[in-house]
Design a binder for this molecule. Structure first.
Ligand code: SF4
Length: 350
């Protein structure tokens, strides 16, 4: 457990973190990227943290990888690279930095460590988990293999290193259908997201897709009825759903895609009004770059992602605590599953 009072005492001794409108004004180039969704008063609070973190990054030879679901002050203020979990893990292998601070959830930090074993990977809050990653263990994979002998196991990247190691290949929400279609077997096991699997099963009818019963606590909250009511209430809004949503929700939407697919769709299409049926921060993070799009609708937040704060990032980077380790044998097997996905995706031109 984190001892927040002790962390705060440590930080206030070392850094001047008093809210400062003057400092905030001097960092207006950063603020301009989030000015539509962050008030000037809040920016004055964040600016001292953003400055302290960005200074420390240079000292520690560190980079910050920020997931699309981070809050805007993290996404725009301190992240060197932003994207979905796989884009970030691949970026981790490409950067020269010795230290990677993962602003996302624990399985993402593990994936970075698996792909970059020599780098120090820091997780600002070890309790930032994921309902999907927590829904299955290696024993669950073994159980599915017993139920469907000979069927390959395709596991979503939202899994622990142990589960990746027990799988044949990984997938992301953007390549899942193509990976499943390319498996040399009529029956394919997908874990751990039942809804992603059901959405893939619809798109790849030539395969018998069977699944584990995991789900994302953010995306499973949406219902098709919510979307129909929203259309009535706010006609003309483009509804854009993540494939971790149940299939009837995806069917009701105008478009479905991974987080990076959603960003590309909204950027290309520039609808007048858009509702992103996914984690709340997605819309906030792209709002300033797309001023002509009116983002409307509900705001479902991932409680795990929201555990990552500027304060915790500063503490982790200053004290170099929260280092993520993966057993080398597990890491090697897990790396194979991830690498097979990367190689197959390249071969398929995805
Ligand atoms: S949004 Fe869903 S899939 Fe993503 S980290 Fe949160 S619980 Fe996991």
């Amino acid at each position: 457990m984190f001892d927040l009072p002790a962390q705060r005492a440590h930080l206030s001794e070392k850094f001047d973190l008093t809210p400062s409108p003057e400092l905030a004004a001097s960092m207006s180039d950063i603020y301009d990227r989030m000015s539509r969704v962050v008030t000037p008063a809040d920016w004055a609070i964040y600016a001292p943290y953003v400055k302290a973190i960005n200074d420390l990054k240079a000292e520690r030879n560190a980079v910050i990888l920020g997931h699309n679901y981070m809050t805007p002050e993290i996404y725009h203020g301190i992240s060197d690279f932003v994207g979905d979990s796989l884009q970030l893990a691949i970026k981790a292998t490409e950067v020269e930095a010795e230290v990677i601070v993962q602003c996302g959830v624990h399985f993402m930090a593990e994936t970075s460590k698996i792909l970059s074993p020599k780098k120090t990977v820091l997780m600002p809050d070890m309790e930032a988990g994921c309902s999907l990653a927590e829904s299955i263990t290696a024993e669950g994979i073994a159980e599915m293999r017993r139920r469907y002998p000979g069927a390959p196991v395709v596991s979503y990247v939202n899994t622990t290193a142990e589960v990746k190691a027990a799988s044949d290949i990984c997938c992301t929400s953007s390549n899942a259908a193509q990976i499943v279609a390319a498996m040399d077997s009529d029956t394919v096991i997908m874990t751990p997201d039942q809804y992603l699997a059901q959405n893939v099963a619809r798109d790849v009818p030539q395969k018998n897709v069977v699944w584990w019963e995991g789900s994302c606590i953010v995306h499973e909250q949406y219902t098709a009825q919510d979307l129909r009511e929203f259309r009535e209430w706010n006609p003309g809004t483009r509804l854009i759903a993540h494939p971790e949503c149940p299939p009837d929700v995806v069917a009701e939407a105008d478009f479905s895609g991974s987080t990076s697919g959603i960003i590309k769709y909204v950027t290309d299409e520039q609808p007048e009004k858009a509702m992103l049926i996914t984690e709340c921060s997605m819309a906030s993070n792209i709002a300033d770059a797309l001023p002509q799009v009116d983002f409307v609708g509900p705001c479902n937040m991932c409680p795990y992602m929201k555990k990552i704060t500027l304060e915790k990032v500063l503490y982790a980077l200053d004290t170099m605590t929260g280092q993520v380790e993966v057993d080398p044998d597990v890491a090697e097997k897990a790396r194979l599953s991830v690498q097979r996905m990367i190689d197959l995706s390249r071969k398929l031109g995805i």
